[in-house]
Ligand binder design. Structure first.
Ligand SMILES: Cc1cc2nc3c(=O)[nH]c(=O)nc-3n(C[C@H](O)[C@H](O)[C@H](O)COP(=O)(O)O)c2cc1C
Length: 260
């Protein structure tokens, strides 16, 4: 095996947490981390056939974040293996894994395994609160062990990976989320949110504000704010959080798919 490339977007940190848990239980390999939030891909990244791609994406409205699509165009493979991780907030991952399978296949990888992992919902954090938890992390270890076994087999002997999802996933764009984070009185204008925002939606002249036409509600600013000043401060948010919490109260469990 060559190197392990961990490529992920993680605004609130749970996708990164899942990625690290998967990687820690894979065979030891030299790691290259490509954090698409802090270091957006702007030029081609071509993996060798012996390298392993571990791609992690949060699920936004049943698909992967739209702004990641242009960055993932730079990712190229030479027929090497890919493991896919879709991380979702206890509602549903819908078409995200199928979309990731198609994207990586078109980019020249051979997806060999995919997992849908449950995490705390970044807009409504009472949903999936505290996840991934211990049970999830143990499940992830088993997932990685099964991936390790697959990686021992010659890649040409493996068939196509089947995952859940509907092929018309493009219709899910554009994703429209009515709630956008803003800063409250605790904001010190330190500018941390301005620099972390992947959409450049927070003006440095007044970081309490958000350009709603640019913001994708990813929550990177909320997670990064040292003063805990950013959040969903709209009047309609508390009622929406209660309604969503009731709708998604049932505990979802992770799911795995392996090629045969
Ligand atoms: C804009 C947006 C849309 C989301 N849509 C879904 C969804 O369709 N299904 C779901 O279960 N969770 C959804 N979530 C929750 C995230 O998938 C979940 O919190 C994920 O763990 C976030 O990853 P991160 O912590 O790496 O940012 C959404 C979150 C955001 C910000």
């Amino acid at each position: 095996m060559g190197k392990l490339y961990m490529v992920y977007f993680s605004a609130a940190g749970t996708t990164k947490q899942v990625m690290e848990a998967i990687a820690d239980s894979l065979p030891p390999m030299e790691r290259t981390e490509v954090d698409l939030l802090r270091n957006p891909l702007t030029q081609e990244l071509c993996l060798e056939r012996e390298d392993l791609l571990l791609l992690g994406m949060p699920v936004y409205a049943g698909v992967i974040p739209e702004h990641c699509l242009s960055m993932l165009k730079y990712l190229k493979g030479k027929g090497g293996p890919a493991i896919l991780a879709a991380v979702y907030g206890n509602r549903d991952y819908d078409d995200a894994l199928l979309q990731m399978r198609d994207l990586t296949t078109e980019a020249g990888f051979q997806p060999i395994a995919a997992g849908a992992f449950v995490a705390q919902h970044s807009i409504f954090p009472k949903v999936g609160a505290g996840r991934p938890d211990q049970k999830d992390l143990e499940w992830i270890q088993e997932f990685s062990k099964a991936c390790s076994d697959l990686l021992k087999q010659p890649i040409d002997s493996l068939g196509q990976l089947s995952v859940k999802g509907s092929p018309d996933y493009s219709k899910r764009y554009p994703v429209k989320i009515p709630f956008k984070p803003t800063g409250n009185k605790s904001c010190t204008s330190c500018g941390t949110c301005v620099s972390i925002c992947p959409m450049k939606a927070i003006p440095s002249s007044n970081p309490r504000q958000t350009d709603e036409s640019l913001c994708i509600s990813c929550g990177a600013c909320i997670a990064a704010c040292p003063a805990r000043a950013r959040g969903y401060h709209q009047a309609a948010y508390p009622a929406a959080a209660v309604g969503f919490g009731l709708k998604c109260a049932h505990r979802q469990e992770p799911e795995a798919f392996f090629c045969k």
